[in-house]
Design a protein. Structure first.
Length: 216
């Protein structure tokens, strides 16, 4: 367990936290990238998946209230010969709207990356907004000749070396965990367990679609 100024405490997620954390994720992502969201189901499924890294499954509490979370999984960079180099990835990473802009998400990410480095992990690949994740040292994965699973460079595909040189001479395609695959019927059934919320189209969704379209 680690604490920082301002009443923020970061600790491992416990089984008794699961429902509250899934609701937190839902609140954080609702209507952000799509009408509704799927990230709460991703987390629910990820915890049961072989790629899940429980040591890097963290929550943040602010003055005793659940404020944010981050979860990690194993992925791989697969080269043209089919050989794979293990990397890790994080997501979802969430902060309740009332705690956003207070540094909770940044604290979670920095603490988790430090733990991952101490555990011996050497590199991280994520899909995210480079305008935000560059502050943690992430760079466009094209720098390392890393492409999407279908062989494209993408502005949203980012990479970070936890050990200097870890991604040098490691070109290939980033293959994320199968836990991120979403079945729409499963999502509808799972989401029905939570309080009803209205779905809507938002400006953040339009920005997201622009970002993910930047592939070449």
């Amino acid at each position: 367990m680690t604490s920082s100024a301002g009443g923020l405490v970061i600790r491992k997620e416990r089984k008794k936290d699961f429902r509250a954390v899934e609701n937190l994720v839902r609140e954080a992502f609702w209507n952000r990238y799509i009408p509704g969201c799927s990230e709460h189901l991703v987390l629910h499924n990820l915890r049961k998946h072989a790629d899940f890294i429980p040591e890097l499954d963290l929550v943040a509490e602010m003055d005793g209230k659940m404020a944010g979370q981050i979860a990690f999984s194993r992925g791989a960079i697969r080269d043209d010969r089919g050989e794979e180099k293990e990397v890790i990835s994080f997501g979802p990473v969430s902060v309740l709207p009332e705690f956003q802009t207070l540094g909770v998400g940044s604290a979670l990410i920095r603490h988790a990356l430090s733990l991952a480095r101490d555990m011996g992990h050497t590199a991280v690949c994520i899909y995210g907004d480079p305008r935000y994740y560059s502050r943690f040292g992430f760079r466009c994965a094209e720098k390392y000749d890393i492409r999407t699973s279908d062989g494209k460079f993408a502005a949203a595909l980012l990479a970070l070396e936890l050990r200097p040189g870890a991604l040098r001479n490691a070109p290939g395609r980033f293959i994320e965990s199968g836990a991120f695959a979403i079945d729409e019927a499963e999502l509808m059934k799972f989401d029905a367990r939570f309080p009803p919320k209205d779905k809507a189209e938002t400006e953040s969704q339009r920005e997201f679609m622009t970002l993910v379209s930047l592939r070449y």
